[in-house]
Ligand binder design. Sequence first.
Ligand SMILES: [Ca+2]
Ligand SMILES: [Ca+2]
Length: 340
Amino acid sequence: MKQLFFFSLLFFSAISHAQTNLIKNGGFESETLNWNGDAATLSPYYKKTGKNSAVINQFVGAEWKAIDQIINIPKNSYAIEFSVWVKADQVEDGKEAYNAGLMIAEFTNSGGKKIISENIAQVKGTVDWTNYKKTVLVPEKAKQIRIMLALAQINGSIFFDDVNATALSEEEYFKLNPIITIHEGQKTISTPKQFSNGNFEDNLNSWNGAGIISATDKKEGNTAVEITSKTAEWKAIDQIADINNGDKTIEISGWLKAKDIQQGKDPWNNGMFIIEFKKNDTTKASEDQIIGTVTGTTDWTAFKKTFLIPEGAKQYRIMVAMSVCTGTLLADNIEVKLSK
Ligand SMILES: [Ca+2]
Ligand SMILES: [Ca+2]
């Protein structure tokens, strides 16, 4: 009985979390109330819902133009789900990947110091209303989030509407997340995690690491992933998925593109597409296997390889990496096929 009460409490807290948008006036129906800065004006002509959206226009100068709002992170928040509708009109293609229309979520500590900064939306060119969504785990010691809507040192017009941030409790996060552990009585069942979002159409969902979404340069669909490194260091995105019992081979394919990748001091220091087989979280089942590499400047290039699954491998990790080199690596349409 006690336990039942506990679970219904959890359920109640999950529901109440889900209903609250932490952002005030995210739909710009009360003009620009609650937002700081005067970079944005209202657009009654182009809007996703209601009467208005907010637009940031910049025709010359390519300055940083932004509005922001600081929100408090509710106690016991495990993750924050961000969502925004964005429309871009002739946002120029700047020198840097971040020269774009951006929604940024900057997590800060009690002293207002930045802990992490995540791009929720990053849009260039001309794009009709598109919904961008990203769930970010709340870092330790994070107390507030500064939401920024910006044109980041670039000319163009960027429209924002229905800016939303919802706190998720740990229970709710794991309900929504594909890595699910279900407690059934005394028994713990783990649902196999399948590889997903290899075409980067769902932002960086399912991926970890230092990539950003590119809407201007892509092989498939609307978006690809971009990894830029200014210094020769290891910079990568990765995703771990489960191998089902009885699977014998794995076929991995995907597309890579290099932009001015300067090889590091060793021959393998370039843009790489790698698979790692794992026995568990800490033990590898074999050496890392290379699916493809690119260096210099290339067009989109297809790579495909089939591997025998090593003895004892329970998981695999797909990595797209700038391996101690500088430049930009793009990847798109990564597919995985497991066979018995
Ligand atoms: Ca609106
Ligand atoms: Ca894509």
